[in-house]
Design a protein around this ligand. Structure first.
Ligand code: ADP
Ligand code: MG
Length: 301
């Protein structure tokens, strides 16, 4: 197959591994810098140009679209879909997953376990918002944050009020969430490909920290997940419409709770921790499921 990898940087671990894995299995791999591709959207024959030439003959496309380029990246991916090129994850599913409020609403309506969560922009009654999610301790998050930045643990209701007021002053959308203390500063990343969890790891926050993000000094280790956790991760990816997803789960006293579903999960942490060849598993998924007649959305929606 001829496979495009949409990525801003060919030197990133995940991009490199996907290219290596594809080439090792005899495919032609082409990295395309998402922001440099340009398109004629009004023609009868949808096209993407890159470096002065049309992109032609692709069988599949692997989107590695960072949060900061979601809007343009999804447009380029949608154009590939219109050309009949099979996407690893569809543009609609990626766009859906990038909206945290929408994602949690979708997961909730399908009965997937979530921490009790409130959303707000400029609440006119902050104490009521806090009571709505059962009071302190609370985790307050800025919606657009990543890598643990903008995630604050408030031990008391007074502290929560102050933090909410501060974020309100910055005109941010915020999430107010029940603190899952029993998770002990750990979460579980389940890497889903197709309808399987193909690898999973536990991320543990450093002492004195509750955020397990590796960027915040967390450490990753192997973990055996329960059948319930496995099912939750698979269902969460399915509800989001993602074939490949990183589903982050907190272990609570009342079962697994999904924190977020990532549509471009990194390969480095999970491959290094588990020793699994995640790159090859993704390529094999494309081999099995790809093909010109397998593009479901064709850029609709
Ligand atoms: P980001 O998108 O910035 O990574 P997360 O929502 O994943 O933000 O939160 C960062 C980390 O904080 C999580 O990996 C988890 O360890 C911890 N955390 C987040 N929400 C909660 C919560 N409700 N209860 C306990 N720990 C949490
Ligand atoms: Mg996270």
């Amino acid at each position: 197959m001829k496979i495009a990898v949409l990525s801003r940087n060919p030197r990133l671990y995940s991009t490199r591994r996907l290219v290596e894995a594809g080439e090792a299995r005899g495919h032609e791999m082409v990295v395309i810098d998402t922001l440099r591709a340009y398109m004629n959207i009004a023609s009868h024959k949808p096209q993407i140009h890159y470096r002065g030439k049309p992109l032609e003959g692709f069988d599949a496309v692997i989107p590695r679209i960072g949060a900061s380029v979601t809007f343009y990246g999804c447009a380029v991916l949608r154009q590939f879909e219109m050309m009949g090129v099979f996407p690893l994850n569809e543009s609609v599913a990626i766009a859906r997953s990038r909206d945290k409020l929408r994602s949690l609403q979708l997961l909730s309506r399908r009965g997937i376990g979530l921490p009790v969560t409130g959303f707000a922009h400029s609440p006119d009654d902050i104490p009521d918002l806090i009571q709505m999610v059962n009071g302190a301790p609370l985790v307050i998050k800025v919606l657009e944050g990543t890598q643990g930045i903008g995630v604050v643990l408030c031990e008391t209701e007074k502290a929560a009020e102050s933090v909410i007021e501060a974020f309100m002053g910055l005109k941010q959308n915020i999430m107010v969430q029940e603190y899952i203390k029993e998770a002990g500063g750990a979460d579980i990343r389940c890497f889903v490909v197709g309808d399987k969890v193909i690898a999973s790891m536990k991320r543990q926050a450093k002492p004195g920290e509750f955020r397990s993000n590796l960027h915040r000094g967390g450490t990753a280790s192997l973990i055996k997940i329960t059948p319930e956790e496995r099912m939750t991760a698979i269902r969460a990816a399915k509800v989001m419409g993602l074939s490949v997803a990183g589903v982050d789960i907190l272990r609570s006293n009342h079962g697994p709770l999904v924190m977020e579903v990532n549509s471009s999960p990194g390969l480095e942490g999970i491959e290094v921790t588990t020793g699994k060849d995640v790159g090859s598993i993704i390529i094999q998924h494309l081999e099995k499921n790809g093909g010109p007649n397998m593009v479901r959305t064709k850029g609709k929606g």
